[in-house]
Ligand binder design. Structure first.
Ligand SMILES: [Zn+2]
Length: 61
């Protein structure tokens, strides 16, 4: 299929006005200070909350 009419710069730019990416909201891990996603376990130390921590997966080779 071939487009019937050329898409104007205005139409193209209006379509692309919704294409911007947003930065993920990052919070500092209270245990090790590395940036992590809120409400998620820390990938560096496994911290969840208080004394709860997920076991970190050993790297298998
Ligand atoms: Zn951490």
């Amino acid at each position: 299929m071939v487009p019937v009419a050329k898409t104007s710069k205005a139409r193209k730019n209006k379509r692309r006005s919704h294409h911007a990416l947003t930065r993920p909201n990052l919070v500092a891990c209270p245990k090790c200070g590395i940036a992590k996603l809120p409400h998620a376990s820390c990938e560096n130390c496994g911290y969840v909350s208080g004394s709860v921590a997920l076991p970190l997966k050993e790297q298998e080779s």
